[in-house]
Write a protein that binds this ligand. Structure first.
Ligand SMILES: CCCCCCC/C=C/C(=O)SCCNC(=O)CCNC(=O)[C@H](O)C(C)(C)COP(=O)(O)OP(=O)(O)OC[C@H]1O[C@@H](n2cnc3c(N)ncnc32)[C@H](O)[C@@H]1OP(=O)(O)O
Length: 309
């Protein structure tokens, strides 16, 4: 939502302290998320994916996809993006990038405390870039479980710099979350998966109810012919494919995830993720098959593999 302040005020925004929030989830949330990013979407008994939604010994044993951590971004905002000194049109907001560090595999249920801070603000002229960092701790233990850094690309909100230099603030290392260079060699593995026409309607049940992904009239207002897929849903498909093809199905192998959303995806389109293993880093690129269009690229750092591919 927009603020009541009439001016875009970067100093006010940077000085603002966001409140700590609590986020509680359980095995049902974990399974609904996994279905939202296509687990068992092509085959209900897929042995690589059933573990994310069902376990024969009880739901407490289901495995959690590392990208479940990304839900903590929106889940940690008590008031959406209603921030002092910050004006934007919510229909023009797009998800630009996501960076996730996972320090310990996520439990199948937990109560977390989130500490949110502003990590970046840039004036790109035609757009403003706003980055929020969320550090999530297990309640009671003070153990840091994961960190998310989310980049919002706010079309039409740029041009707020008062000096001749475009405003640029970043409080994290420049080697994190950058667009990657895609190798010109054959990929180590390729994963293809069709999203369902109803994919965004299912994914939104994990907490992102932005009408951009469900309401045809709102999508048109935002400049799209129909509702688009959540960026984090595309990311979930891609990382699930990397776990299957490179990590031998072990979601706990994933340490760091970085992704930049390059173009929009429409629910029902087929995603092809190409991946290149370089030491303990997987460079990846996801394309929409029907339009041969790159929609996401990034890297995944893994903890190590028991044997070679
Ligand atoms: C903070 C918490 C809020 C979270 C909200 C989450 C809500 C979720 C919404 C969604 O899921 S929306 C769906 C997913 N996202 C998308 O579909 C976006 C796909 N990408 C695009 O459509 C385009 O890439 C773009 C973002 C519109 C940008 O394209 P454009 O052609 O306008 O940019 P450029 O002219 O190439 O670059 C301008 C400037 O911006 C930088 N930049 C470009 N793309 C991105 C990006 N994805 N993320 C961050 N920054 C980006 C680019 O480097 C240029 O900067 P300079 O080089 O000039 O400094």
């Amino acid at each position: 939502m927009t603020t009541s302040d009439s001016e875009f005020n970067p100093d006010l925004l940077i000085a603002h302290k966001l409140p700590e929030t609590r986020y509680t989830y359980n095995e049902r949330d974990v399974a609904i998320y996994a279905l939202g990013v296509g687990a068992c979407g092509q085959d209900a008994v897929d042995s690589d994916e059933l573990k994310y939604v069902y376990h024969e010994n009880g739901q407490e044993h289901i495995q959690v996809l590392p990208t479940f951590a990304s839900l903590l971004t929106l889940g940690s905002l008590s008031n959406g993006l209603d921030l002092p000194g910050f004006k934007y049109d919510p229909s023009l907001l797009l998800h630009g990038q996501q960076y996730i560090e996972i320090y310990r595999p996520l439990p199948s249920k937990a109560s977390l405390i989130n500490k949110v801070s502003l990590a970046g603000l840039q004036d790109k002229g035609k757009a403003a870039i706003l980055e929020l960092e969320t550090r999530s701790y297990e309640q009671g233990s003070d153990e840091l479980l994961c960190m998310n850094r989310t980049t919002a690309f706010l079309r039409g909100a740029g041009g707020f710099s008062n000096s001749s230099q475009p405003f640029s603030y970043k409080n994290y290392p420049s080697n994190q979350g950058l667009a990657v260079k895609i190798p010109q060699t054959q990929p180590s593995a390729v994963c293809e998966e069709r999203t369902q026409p109803s994919q965004a309607l299912l994914y939104r049940l994990s907490g992102d109810y932005n009408p951009l992904h469900s309401d045809p009239a709102f999508a048109k207002l935002a400049g799209f012919p129909r509702p688009i897929l959540h960026g984090l849903c595309t990311l979930g498909f891609a990382i699930k494919g990397i776990i299957k093809c490179i990590c031998k199905g072990d979601p706990s192998a994933v340490k760091t995830i970085s992704g930049r959303f390059l173009a929009t995806v429409f629910p029902g389109e087929t995603l092809i993720t190409e991946m290149w293993l370089q030491g303990l880093r997987v460079i990846y690129q996801t394309k929409v098959k029907e339009r041969n269009k790159a929609v996401l690229s990034g890297y995944v750092d893994i903890r190590g593999l028991s044997s070679s591919l």
